[in-house]
Design a protein around this ligand. Structure first.
Ligand code: NAP
Ligand code: FE
Length: 387
């Protein structure tokens, strides 16, 4: 057995953990660069708690609250420039995956002289330390080394940018947050769509993580635990109450932790083909990231099941993964995809031209998938999902 495991983020979970851990903030420097989305961090109390802690500690801060959903390279370059000019010592990310990813990029841009054009290609040598405070329960960005951004530059021939800006990642161990602080209270008013879609994102990280070439024994163990926690919340998700704050807090906690653990999975394994495919829905239709993955999950998993059986016939040494996944799910694929169908409701529909165009685009994560779909098979998965 070969293993290589790195996840250096300190995880602290619990009610009022931001306030209670104020001493940890003071170890990171005199001035913080606080990164949030446009509204929610003020409404859910996370920004107030952080500001209070910094003030009590005698630390200054600069607030950057302009991060949009699916942050662009332009946005993170602006944030990085402000952090550099303001001589910030560390970064505090508050929000969903979008502000956390933007904050991570700003943390490297603040201390590396790199232009927007070189953002996705040059190596970074250092980064400011990051404290991540997730306020959605899906991306797990608080425990990954990735920052997923929209590339607004002209296509470079590798990236699928034929009909819009492409989603690309920066990936370096420097981007693992120093500390992740998880308090489900910040998440308690998250509406039905964001709660469900981010839960599907976390589930897709755990499931896709098990179906990659980089999956290992530790990432599989984490994936199984994350899947179990999310499935334990499935009934509550299906019966989401009219008032989001009536969604049980212990389920919110479980979803939050499952997402952090699923982040630990993809930090090792990366994601599989659906993540790359789903970016097309997000870029072209504005579909939430988690829902985009969910739309592809059924067809992708059923295709994997069929494909791996045919590979096994020719190669007795090939290891089947879908039966291992089904053991983790505690049910067969048909039953599982039926649950996902219920969460998704009415599916979006793509035109034939859209599907034909997307099917020919390079799908970066396909190369990391344990069974790799060709162009025709990607077209089939798109058609079955949104055709
Ligand atoms: P998001 O884009 O961060 O946030 C979605 C919406 O939720 C925003 O309108 C936000 O409002 C709102 N919101 C956030 N916290 C809230 C709260 N506590 N209460 C009420 N509303 C709240 O969505 P996300 O799904 O968490 O992140 C998606 C991004 O993460 C995508 O760009 C995706 O590619 C990326 N991602 C990254 C990784 C990784 O490893 N780095 C993994 C998976 C996905 P405000 O804008 O006002 O805050
Ligand atoms: Fe994701």
């Amino acid at each position: 057995m070969h293993l290589n495991y790195l996840m250096p983020t300190r995880i602290i979970m619990g009610e009022k953990c931001v306030i209670n851990q104020r001493n940890l903030f003071s170890t990171l420097g005199k001035k913080a660069f606080v990164v949030t989305g446009k509204k929610s961090a003020r409404i859910n109390g996370a920004y107030d708690d952080v500001a209070k802690v910094l003030e009590t500690n005698g630390q200054d801060h600069v607030l950057y609250d302009q991060v949009m959903a699916n942050p662009t390279d332009i946005c993170v370059c602006e944030a990085g420039k402000i952090a550099r000019e303001q001589h910030c010592d560390f970064v505090i990310a508050i929000g969903g995956g979008s502000p956390m990813d933007a904050a991570k990029a700003a943390a490297v841009l603040a201390v590396n002289d790199i232009s927007k054009e070189d953002l996705f290609t040059l190596a970074f040598r250092k980064a400011l330390p990051i404290i991540a405070i997730p306020t959605t329960s899906g991306t797990g960005s608080e425990t990954t080394q990735y920052s997923v951004l929209v590339d607004t530059t002209e296509t470079d021939g590798i990236t699928p940018r034929t009909n819009g800006p492409a989603k690309r990642s920066i990936s370096t161990p420097l981007l693992f947050p120093h500390i992740a602080l998880l308090d489900a209270v910040y998440i308690k008013d998250l509406n039905r769509d964001i709660t469900v879609n981010t839960a599907i994102d976390a589930l897709s990280h755990a499931i896709e993580g098990m179906l990659t070439l980089r999956a290992n024994h530790i990432s599989d163990m984490l994936a199984k635990e994350s899947i179990a926690m999310i499935l334990d919340c499935m009934d509550a998700l299906l019966a989401f109450p009219g008032n989001p704050s009536s969604f049980p807090l212990e389920k919110r906690e479980k979803l939050l932790l499952s997402s952090t653990v699923a982040g630990m999975v993809i930090a090792q394994s990366g994601t599989a083909t659906p993540h790359s495919m789903g970016y097309q829905f997000t870029l072209n239709w504005g579909t939430d990231h988690g829902r985009a993955n969910g739309l592809l999950m059924k067809s992708f998993l059923l295709w994997c099941q069929e494909k791996e059986k045919s590979i096994k016939k020719d190669n007795p040494f090939f290891t089947l993964r879908i039966p291992v996944l089904c053991t983790a799910l505690g049910m067969n694929l048909d039953k599982f995809v039926n649950l996902i169908e219920q969460l998704l409701g009415q599916r979006e529909k793509a035109s034939k031209t859209e599907i034909d165009t997307w099917s020919t685009l390079p799908m970066k994560n396909a190369a990391n998938t344990y069974v790799q779909p060709n162009t025709e098979e990607i077209g089939r998965i798109f058609r079955e999902s949104v055709g």
